[in-house]
Design a binder for this molecule. Structure first.
Ligand code: PEP
Ligand code: MG
Length: 748
């Protein structure tokens, strides 16, 4: 960086700061800024374009172009040179703009007389906010110093925009964070919620982007980086987890990176504060992250992003523990969140919206257990939302309304009211059986995994717990729970169930459920890997400990145990032998034994559907884990948004397979239930009942809707619809079943 560039840039920033310090209205500030930049860069034109909405840029101030075009000239993202700068988030520097590819002539601005064009994106943390442009009559290439100076100014403008410095009296100068926004996500837990945004990691606000004492700023940066290095080293010292260590090593590499430090120090020399220098680097990294298709590079850039956040928190003293109170009806917004953190918030949350996350993640399981509406994969939510923003989460349609206008809010509230009315209807049939029109009674059970779920047993009218996912207790801790802790917990679960049957599923870990304190396995296909009963049989220590805890908890009461992911008869037999051995040991040790023990198997792999008849004779009961069974039946990863929904549960082949399982259980008199998510979807549940499933286990909130439909269903008629679809070679029975429901409704 040449000496001239440094001083010019610093001088310009100094003047910019003075302009900002004044109490001019937003428009005047912008006008002054364009004037300042044009004169200091010796250009005839300087213009600022800001986003009006997500993809419309608006000329908000100009020195040199026709002033009447201000707030009139607009362009779409990608349109013209300005639109291209915004879209690609890259500088465009050309001595002959009218000849440059993408140039769009805008007569109202009178710009055709200007030949040279330099446009730089105004962006904050990878989010495009607008474009800053200088133009001049003479054909010239802007120098690297000039580009740098304009980028630094753009960075400061971005900070000011974020701080709302350009919000005018009449015209809103920037649509950012003030307009209604509709975002789409994927439903992780159904339900609707209205409330206010609570950012899990609030945006760090940089209120002092410009600084005039580079020596002081350099010291501040160096001190902060040192503090960061020490904290990374400390984390490395205590971390035993291989993956975590890898990330920390990468952090350490960045924290010691000379290039990173040098660029930030250069920015400080040019007039930026230490915070702004960190953020400038972070913005560049985010922009590159958005463009890179290389997974390794993206991971490293994301490490750098995280590291920059830490550095910013050190510099600004802003962080998670700001002492701020949760707003009324908090709706948590985050890039991602772990299950333990989510449990910390507990039921105080009204909804959760995640930018990343996945439907099968632990956080999603916890959200489901807590019955909090959850959306995942909601792109841009953490950029768009500010703490306290009014927000409505539609966990039916997978939509978020941020800062909704009155019409949207009113329609949404109608929807909530309709749901409340439906809830009342469900409450009115709570004590009634799920008896179909043809007189078949279907057992309604609930899925659980936390102590907090148990009160729903009463409220939902469930007959018992058809699936208790014991791994949640393991997942939310930092170390392996002790046998005594587990036994006390299981005992409390049985107490709370008050004599109703609880099916405890033994630890189902592996695949996506990784215990933080167990050595992770690098497996090419974890869903097909060392998981669930496979881990239990290979490492019997944990399985025995859990079985003991369950037996001690039951002490004199009936106990029901279910093994997950049984793929062949022998696995079930081996697990059962463990149960018998543990029982004998407990007896020798003098513990009170359970009154009775049932040992069941989850049917989650197609292979078990074809197990020998003897398996069905020996097993005490079978529960179909449809989530896993479906993914293996169709070879479609349940975690992969691209293929997850490709195959319908009501697919004729899948239903034929499920029906065959029911037939086999029927032949041997083996009790059968279905406990995958589909049991909680009314139409799917009705079809399962029609093909012979007499017990369904689902989230407590689904019991009302499922029971309500079953009470209106004639299973014989549904069977005929399924058979017709089968005979006609249709792929799914859904069309026919929906038609049946429509006809049935209109005839009532
Ligand atoms: C299933 O696979 O259907 C099931 C209930 O188990 P999980 O969702 O916990 O894998
Ligand atoms: Mg499963």
């Amino acid at each position: 960086m040449a000496e001239r560039g440094e001083t010019e840039s610093r001088k310009l920033l100094g003047r910019l700061r003075d302009t900002m310090a004044g109490d001019d209205p937003g428009q005047e500030r912008l006008d002054k800024i364009t004037h300042l930049i044009a004169s200091s860069m010796e250009c005839e034109v300087c213009s600022i374009y800001l986003f009006r909405d997500q993809d419309t840029l608006e000329l908000c101030a100009t020195e040199g172009l026709n002033k009447d075009a201000v707030h009139q000239t607009r362009m779409k993202m990608g349109e013209g040179l300005v639109g291209r700068v915004a879209k690609r988030r890259q500088v465009i520097n050309t001595p002959n703009a009218p000849q440059a590819s993408g140039f769009r002539f805008m007569p109202e601005t009178g710009e055709e007389v200007f030949s040279s064009f330099l446009g730089v994106p105004v962006q904050r943390l990878g989010e495009a906010l607008g474009v800053l442009v200088v133009q001049s009559r003479a054909a010239r290439d802007f120098s690297a110093d000039e580009i740098y100076a304009l980028e630094v100014v753009a960075m400061v403008l971005a900070e000011m925009t974020e701080l709302g410095a350009f919000i005018g009296e009449g015209e809103a100068m920037s649509a950012l964070h003030s307009q209604p926004v509709l975002l789409r996500g994927t439903v992780g837990q159904e339900g609707v919620a209205e409330g206010h945004v609570w950012l899990h990691e609030p945006r760090v606000v940089v209120s002092n982007p410009v600084a005039d004492d580079p020596v002081r700023e350099t010291e501040r940066l160096e001190e902060a980086v040192e503090q960061l290095r020490v904290s990374v080293d400390q984390m490395l010292e205590v971390s035993a987890d291989k993956d975590q260590r890898q990330v920390l090593e990468a952090y350490r590499m960045f924290a010691n990176s000379k290039g990173w430090m040098r660029r930030m120090l250069e920015d400080i020399q040019n007039g930026l504060s230490a915070e702004a220098a960190v953020e400038k680097e972070q913005s560049l990294a985010r922009a590159r992250m958005g463009q890179s298709t290389d997974a390794y590079l993206r991971d490293r850039l994301s490490d750098l992003d995280d590291l920059s956040n830490r550095l910013l928190r050190i510099l600004t003293g802003q962080g998670r523990d700001t002492g701020a109170e949760l707003p009324v009806d908090p709706i948590l917004v985050a890039r991602n969140i772990g299950p333990a953190e989510l449990l910390d918030y507990g039921r105080s949350l009204k909804g959760i919206v995640l930018e990343n996350g996945s439907v099968g993640s632990h956080a999603a399981i916890v959200a489901r257990a807590l019955a909090i509406p959850l959306l995942v994969h909601t792109e841009r939510i953490t950029n768009e939302a500010l703490n306290g923003d009014h927000i409505m989460v539609d966990g039916e349609q997978g939509v978020v309304h941020l800062r909704p206008d009155d019409n949207v809010a009113a329609a949404f509230r109608d929807k909530i009211a309709m749901q409340a009315a439906a809830q009342e209807r469900y409450a009115s049939i709570r004590e009634k059986p799920a008896e179909t029109l043809c007189g078949q009674i279907i057992g309604m059970h609930m899925n659980a995994g936390l102590m907090a779920d148990l009160p729903s047993l009463e409220g939902s009218g469930a007959e018992g717990v058809g699936l208790f996912r014991t791994e949640l207790q393991f997942l939310v801790r930092n170390q392996m729970p002790k046998r005594s802790e587990l036994s006390a917990l299981y005992s409390r679960v049985l107490d709370a169930a008050g004599g109703k049957r609880v099916v405890f599923r033994t630890l189902d870990i592996g695949s996506d459920k990784v215990l933080p304190y167990l050595k992770p396995n690098d497996e090419p296909n974890p869903a097909l890997g060392w998981r669930a009963i496979r881990v239990g049989l290979d490492k019997p220590g944990i399985m025995r400990m859990q079985l003991q805890a369950l037996m001690r908890a039951a002490a004199g009461r009936p106990l029901t145990i279910m093994f997950p992911f049984v793929a062949q008869f022998e696995e079930y037999r081996a697990a059962r032998r463990e149960v018998d051995k543990t029982l004998a040991r407990e007896s020798r040790l003098g513990h009170v034994l359970p009154e009775s023990i049932e040992v069941g198997a989850m049917l989650e792999t197609p292979s078990l559907g074809f197990a020998p008849r003897k398996f069905f004779e020996e097993v005490d009961f079978v529960s179909v884990g449809g989530n896993d069974l479906k993914q293996f039946f169709f070879a479609a990863d349940r975690e992969n948004e691209r293929v997850r929904r490709r195959y319908d549960t009501l697919n004729v082949s899948f239903l034929t397979f499920l029906e065959d399982i029911a037939r086999r259980c029927n032949e041997t008199g083996t009790p059968l239930s279905f406990c995958g998510e589909d049991a909680g979807r009314p139409v799917e549940a009705m079809c399962l009942a029609a093909i012979g499933y007499r017990n369904l286990s689902m989230r407590p909130a689904s019991i009302g809707p499922v029971k309500s439909l079953l009470r209106r269903a004639d299973l014989g008629a549904v069977r005929r619809v399924i058979e017709t679809a089968r005979e006609s070679g249709e792929m799914s029975v859904r069309g026919g079943v929906m038609e049946y429901l429509r006809e049935q409704k209109s005839s009532q």
